[in-house]
Write a protein that binds this ligand. Structure first.
Ligand code: ASP
Length: 305
């Protein structure tokens, strides 16, 4: 089986000024994940490596540079799902993790539970050997300035424009056929403290089943949750792959149909990336833009915003 990798950096109204940084970020994430796969590493290591790059990049809404909640704090959520075992590791409401995806992996591999939140999640992180940072170390200057504008004007939506880059995600398949999907986010701008969106919820912001495919979502979390979008897309993939003549058609039609359902039944906007069970990439979004990238079969990278 050939390795495959797809990443995203969020689906929103990404500003013209941010397009280059989003493309560069996706390319760097592909480079990190692909070097893992090319040197024989696992799909789990590849999605983690890609997401760490995206979390560290302040242009994306994950890890450092995440959107701030109404208290002016970063509050992160993340998940990794294993398509072979159907086990996930997820964490929500994190204030002190520079790379929430590392904790998601620890939960996947070392915790009897599949999801931890807030203080308990951070305690588990510390006990598992992950370093905790100060909450303020996650706040970028650009987000702080945006927060000040928002909070002075009752969080009017207009102030969110220009920093609407989103959640990050990755899906990887390795030559052993292991399929992993991952999503990491700071959530929506000016969310209420304690709000958890779709991203860390199994089936909503992320899903992987090596018999069908893996998905990572982005967009308006409250709408994505209504249609359980990641699992819905995987179910469409399973349906389509039995009738389609080739996997490219199956993957793309599953992605398109999931986003169509998001608009029609969820009444929301967003997007998703996916790999089908043989690693063919597809994506769809109904927002003005989505940042994404994938690796061609010849090893060249494609990124777009
Ligand atoms: N889906 C994320 C959330 O609602 C936001 C995003 O994708 O940018 O928390």
């Amino acid at each position: 089986m050939k390795p495959s990798l797809i990443v995203h950096g969020g689906a929103w109204d990404i500003s013209d000024e941010a397009v280059k940084a989003c493309n560069d970020g996706c390319r760097n994430a592909l480079a990190a994940g692909w070097s893992v796969l090319a040197s024989g590493g696992s799909a789990l290591e590849a999605v983690e490596a890609s997401i760490i790059i995206l979390e560290d990049d302040p242009v994306f809404d994950a890890g450092y540079g995440s959107h701030l909640n109404r208290d002016g704090q970063v509050e992160c959520d993340a998940i990794i799902m294993d398509g072979t075992s159907l086990r996930a590791g997820a964490a929500a409401g994190l204030h002190r993790l520079k790379n929430p995806i590392r904790l998601a992996r620890k939960i996947l591999e070392e915790c009897p539970h599949m999801m931890l939140i807030a203080e308990g999640a951070e305690r588990f992180a510390k006990d598992s050997g992950l370093a905790l940072c100060k909450p303020e170390e996650l706040v970028s200057d650009a987000e702080w300035q945006a927060y000040l504008r928002c909070s002075k004007d009752e969080h009017a939506a207009a102030h969110h424009r220009g920093h609407e880059q989103g959640t990050v995600g990755a899906v990887a398949l390795d030559p052993q056929g292991r399929l992993f999907a991952a999503t990491s986010t700071g959530g929506t701008c000016c969310k209420l403290p304690g709000r958890v969106g779709d991203s860390p919820l199994i089936g909503c912001g992320c899903y992987a089943d090596s018999q069908a495919g893996g998905v990572s979502c982005t967009g308006y979390g409250e709408a994505i949750m209504k249609i359980v979008m990641a699992k819905t897309a995987v179910d469409f993939l399973r349906r389509d792959s039995t009738v389609a003549e080739n996997n490219l058609a199956a993957g793309q039609s599953a992605a398109n149909d999931a986003v169509k359902l998001l608009a029609e039944r969820g009444k929301g906007t967003g997007g998703l990336i996916l790999l089908d069970s043989s690693g063919t990439p597809a994506f769809a979004f109904n927002t003005p833009r989505m940042a994404y990238g994938y690796v061609n079969p010849d090893g060249t990278f494609v990124t777009s915003v």
